[in-house]
Design a protein around this ligand. Structure first.
Ligand code: HEC
Length: 241
């Protein structure tokens, strides 16, 4: 027997498929809107970009506020040699043991003229390690715990959704290779997408893979939904013979 086609389905089945497809399409749009409002502008520029994706998983590791300050507005308060020592300390994790030995003497030269409570200038107090450390924390992006939570929800949820979607879609009548591609590609894309979140946390270069996998997922889902919706209502049973 031939595989069933949409024209073999009852009106009830068609209504069930149609309402499901529309709701899936809507949730996909919602998911993208959510992604936009939570990621947009993370890199300091308006709009959603690959950099925003990199920032959310990898963080902004080049930039502690302290480094930005000694390269920017505070740069004339510090010598080049001292700046290099401070940047190296920051890159090394800004640990307390090196603070007293290497960093405190630098701060005492000029910074503490202004950056102590007693200066009366109401500036952040850098006389203690704790005071400075608030400006020395590196943003390492999403925590592994959040990533694990997000990925298991995504993998369970989206694979179920793609399974049902694919089961509806395979009743359409299109080139069989294209059909196989459209059934398989979103599954692979979800896997690659989730994998690349972890890769991006490790190396921000992989943010591009997150975006490409997301685009493949979006394309395949949209194609499955649109082709199905069209054929459910408009593809007529071919006349025999
Ligand atoms: C002459 C006074 C003065 C000295 C000396 C000084 N600062 Fe500042 N610093 C300021 C003022 C005023 C601000 C707040 C305005 C601003 O951010 O430009 C500030 C802000 C900062 C900030 C906060 C930036 C942010 O992200 O909000 C950091 C970090 C900082 N200074 C580091 C340093 C370091 C390190 C030194 C020594 C190398 C130093 N400052 C020396 C006056 C000083």
């Amino acid at each position: 027997m031939d595989a069933p086609r949409f024209y073999d389905r009852t009106v009830s089945e068609k209504l069930l498929y149609t309402s499901f497809l529309l709701l899936v399409g809507l949730s996909y749009l919602m998911a993208n809107a959510y992604l936009y409002v939570t990621h947009e502008g993370l890199d300091g520029k308006p709009g959603l970009s690959v950099e925003d994706v990199a920032y959310s998983y990898y963080g902004n590791r080049s930039g502690t506020r302290l480094e930005a300050a000694i390269r920017g507005p505070m740069s004339n308060q510090i010598t080049d040699t001292d700046r290099n020592v401070m940047v190296a300390w920051l890159k090394d994790g800004a640990q307390q043991e090196h603070f007293d030995k290497d960093i405190k003497p630098i701060l005492q030269k000029t910074c503490l003229n202004c950056h102590v409570a007693s200066s009366g200038m109401n500036l952040p107090d850098f006389s203690t390690y704790e005071g400075l450390h608030k400006f020395a924390e590196v943003d390492t992006g999403m925590s592994i715990t959040s990533l694990l939570r997000l990925s298991h929800i995504h993998l369970f949820g989206i694979s179920m959704l793609l399974f049902v979607l694919g089961y509806i879609f395979i009743q359409s009548e299109i080139n069989v290779y294209f059909k196989r591609f459209l059934v398989l590609s979103p599954m692979v894309a979800v896997f690659v997408d989730v994998l690349s979140w972890f890769l991006t946390k490790w190396d921000s270069q992989y943010a591009l893979v997150v975006v490409i996998a997301g685009a493949v997922l979006g394309f395949s889902m949209a194609a499955q939904i649109l082709i199905s919706l069209y054929q459910i209502w408009f593809l007529k049973r071919p006349v025999a013979g």
